[in-house]
Design a protein. Structure first.
Length: 201
């Protein structure tokens, strides 16, 4: 495998890193830990995800170079997952419509969605407050849709993008691994999860 998706408690650290990065870009200051930093960042575009990947890769190279995977001394980097990578990580070896089986009966244990958040409450919830999947990944379904690369895209250089995982307002058909919504590079919608890619030789 040539990529690693954040797992376990790293999911919370990833959410905090995205929020700290967003705050740093606007306030030029490093935030202190707070309950607000445990909420997933939303309303992000592909352009912001690319900038985050570049900035976080540079920060890791300077401050924690051994955290990035390497290929013959070429350091890795941070990027968005492809749709196939995201689905593989979400399903975590499961072959059903959901990572935990063929029915949505256990959805509330793994995801914030309409049935456990309330019909009118579309407020996002703190990360890692539902059960992780079999790979130890939290929040793969529900709460906030995640931006993924679906294909090479068009002549403008931007890839084809989709939002995966559904959100807190979604029902079972929208909060499952196969559900997808198209997205535009400049559209400020959803959040994202990052992948650590090995360096290209």
């Amino acid at each position: 495998m040539h990529w690693v998706m954040s797992i376990g408690s790293t999911r919370q650290a990833s959410a905090q890193a995205v929020q700290a990065w967003a705050q740093h870009k606007t306030e030029d200051a490093c935030p202190k830990d707070s309950p607000g930093l445990r909420l997933p960042e939303t309303g992000l575009s592909w352009f912001e995800a690319v900038l985050f990947g570049r900035d976080y890769s540079e920060w890791l190279l300077i401050n924690a170079g051994d955290a990035l995977p390497q290929e013959t001394e070429v350091p890795g980097f941070i990027r968005l997952p492809t749709e196939a990578e995201w689905e593989y990580a979400c399903r975590a070896g499961g072959g059903g419509a959901w990572p935990f089986g063929q029915t949505a009966s256990m959805l509330e244990a793994f995801a914030w969605c309409r049935s456990n958040a309330g019909e009118t409450d579309n407020l996002v919830r703190p990360v890692a407050t539902r059960s992780p999947n079999a790979f130890g990944l939290y929040d793969m379904l529900g709460n906030v849709e995640e931006l993924c690369i679906a294909g090479p895209g068009g002549d403008d250089g931007a890839p084809e993008l989709v939002l995966k995982g559904g959100n807190i307002a979604g029902g079972p058909l929208h909060v499952r691994p196969a559900a997808r919504n198209p997205s535009h590079p400049a559209a400020p919608e959803g959040g994202f999860r990052v992948v650590m890619e090995r360096g290209v030789v």
